[in-house]
Design a protein around this ligand. Structure first.
Ligand code: SAM
Ligand code: SF4
Length: 342
């Protein structure tokens, strides 16, 4: 096992069967996390890039079975930030010291390209790098949003098991998800994808294929996390989430795509109180602190117990900087582009 991991550290290649073998072996956990930590340090260094997350709307017409924002969930109080509120939060992001904002939300039909264009232009004028996470859109929208100033786009493939994807995303087509990701790459976005780990019915082989898909796409970022059952969704009775399998998929991703950006995600922190720190010591080099305020912050409820939901954005930043310092990591002062080292 250790020779296999060491070979992957050198070559950044593993076959589907080798990935499966490592995913199946609990003894691989420790050596794998340590190897991913070494590869992370060698390729992207000790700096951690902080991206300020703005959750602009929890309104969504889709029905993803795992997500608390799904349209049929009537127990959620819905909100939509105004364009002015979004720009004001971006201004605060600059004051807090962030270099990137991530605009994430449900696929809210209010936010057309015409609505986004002036928002993106104003945010760009603040000198920020812009990441969008708006879900599936036609190619023309992705092109127009790029022209308006967007630099990066996050769209998780969620799972590369087509049957599972279409079961959990009623009305959505797996082929369209692939098309979106191809379009984003072709348009020159720094493209992020990722998966949910621990969906009922998901196999370890399918997770091995997910990792190979990240490589095939030539992803610039991969953000993944444990699936956390939400009591207000049809998957409410799914087994309790676990951190280790998600950390393992993440560590293997670091071995195969050594120079990309990999966030330690909020879902990881929700499942274990030091989940983000464990992730940063197992291959991750990015954190996305939430700077959404007030009711909106509480109502962007994808899953229960979301880490830091009750905190203020300033406290979050300070708390995180202390935790990073304690593990010998520093906050990056740059925009944190994906720099190819291979
Ligand atoms: N609507 C956009 C989309 O679906 O790409 C962006 C927002 S969506 C809420 C962001 C991510 O939340 C999804 O890609 C999904 O992986 C994650 N998510 C949703 N429900 C979750 C849950 N119950 N546990 C963990 N992650 C979840
Ligand atoms: Fe909407 Fe995204 Fe949630 Fe699906 S995962 S219901 S698209 S917010």
């Amino acid at each position: 096992m250790v020779p296999l991991i060491e070979r992957a550290v050198q070559t950044h290649q593993l076959t589907e069967d080798e990935l499966l073998f490592l995913l199946q072996s609990p003894q691989a956990d420790g050596p794998l996390f340590a190897a991913a930590d070494r590869v992370r340090r060698h390729y992207v260094g000790d700096e951690v890039h902080l991206r300020a997350l703005i959750e602009f709307s929890n309104i969504c017409p889709n029905q993803c079975l795992y997500c608390g924002l799904r349209a049929p969930n009537t127990r959620l109080a819905r909100y939509r930030l105004t364009p002015q509120q979004i720009v004001a939060l971006a201004q605060k992001a600059v004051q807090y010291g962030y270099k990137t904002v991530v605009l994430q939300g449900g696929e809210d039909p209010f936010f057309t390209v015409e609505v986004w264009t002036p928002i993106l232009q104003q945010i760009k004028a603040l000198g920020l790098v812009i990441t969008l996470s708006l879900g599936e859109r036609p190619s023309e929208d992705y092109r127009a949003l790029k022209q308006a100033g967007a630099d990066r786009y996050l769209l998780r493939i969620e799972t590369t098991d087509k049957a599972l994807y279409e079961k959990y995303n009623p009305g959505m087509r797996f082929e369209n998800r692939l098309r979106c990701l191809r379009d984003l790459k072709a348009l020159g976005y720094e493209t992020g994808t990722g998966v949910l780990v621990g969906l009922p019915g998901q196999t370890l082989r399918s997770l091995a294929r997910d990792i190979l898909y990240f490589k095939e796409l030539d992803a610039d970022m991969v953000g993944l996390g444990p699936f956390i059952p939400n009591p207000d969704t049809p998957l409410q009775d799914a087994p309790a989430p676990q951190l280790a399998p998600a950390l393992k998929v993440m560590a293997l991703t670091r071995l195969l795509l050594p120079d990309i950006n990999i966030p330690a995600t909020t879902a990881m922190e929700t499942v274990a109180p030091d989940g983000r720190i464990q992730a940063l010591q197992s291959g991750a080099n990015v954190v996305m602190p939430n700077i959404t305020e007030g009711e909106a912050r509480l109502n962007y409820a994808l899953y229960p117990g979301k880490a830091c939901a009750g905190e203020s954005p300033t406290r979050c930043r300070g708390c995180l900087e202390n935790k990073l310092r304690a593990i010998g990591r520093s906050v990056s002062q740059g925009p944190g582009w994906h720099t190819r080292k291979l």
